[in-house]
Design a protein around this ligand. Sequence first.
Ligand code: SF4
Ligand code: ZN
Ligand code: ZN
Length: 318
Amino acid sequence: MKCSKCNNKAIIKIPYSNLALCKDHFIEWFERRFERIVDKYKMFENSKKIAVAVSGGKDSTTLLHLMKKLSEKKGFEIIGINIDLGIDMGKQYSSKSTEFALKNFEMLGVKYRIVRIKERYGFTIDDAKHKIKRPVCSTCGLVKRYTLTEIAEEEGADTIVTGHNLNDMAQFIMAGYFNGDVRDLARLDIITPPEKGYKVTKVKPLFLIYEKEILTYALVKGIPFLYDSCPHTFRVGGATQDTIRRKLEELEEAIPGYMLMLVENFINKIQPALKEKYIKEEEIGHCKICGRPTTKDREICSFCAVRLKMTGQTINIK
Ligand code: SF4
Ligand code: ZN
Ligand code: ZN
């Protein structure tokens, strides 16, 4: 297979664009595509300092490299944030993740913060798995969102970027339809404005980029990343989520560009309509423990409820 742009051997096929690309042309195409998406959706128009959430996996480490390049071009500042969630399960998953994040921070010479939730909040995700009734990934998601927002604010960042890719988005949308989670779908923004009184916007710059393209980019650029999956991945929501993901890949094989259309149409046409119908400007209350925003009728936020259950502590009372 020859590259569509030169005579070299192609390393990847991009069926939805009818392209086959060699290493150099793929890198050029991929970086340009990333920038075009960022510009089209005006992702960083008002950003001065961007916090990049880096777990150590292929998506977030690739995102860090792309954001570093973009920051030099557009003149914003970046800071990498890695959260050590305390997931071990005999595989040292979190410590390995942090090791890979650190390798990338040092390789690129970017400023960074590494936050260990055991030290900061007094519990780990492995501990929470046994003590908290909600699924472990839901607790983990809550802890990650809370910690990221807190650290980004401490660092004076106005934007947080995360590495959700196109396959993640397509899976989330299909699972949302399957479960009838209309509110979750309505909240599936790619640019989430800050809560009232706060200033951190959350952005998913890889939302239109296929997992396979990210993996290829990471490999050809020699980006160090952790291959292992989290040991909790297959325990929660496992079989159904996994099947949805596989079936989406099969659909993509049969109809090139299927996931791209699914996600683009959802974000451009369906989500804004759902948002208008289901997400009202909710009145916001403030958590009695940490002071962060929570729904009006709740005294403490979900994170503090988890932390209280895990440690019995109410630190930082405001
Ligand atoms: Fe957290 Fe679940 Fe992801 Fe593991 S798979 S890092 S527990 S959200
Ligand atoms: Zn070429
Ligand atoms: Zn709270």
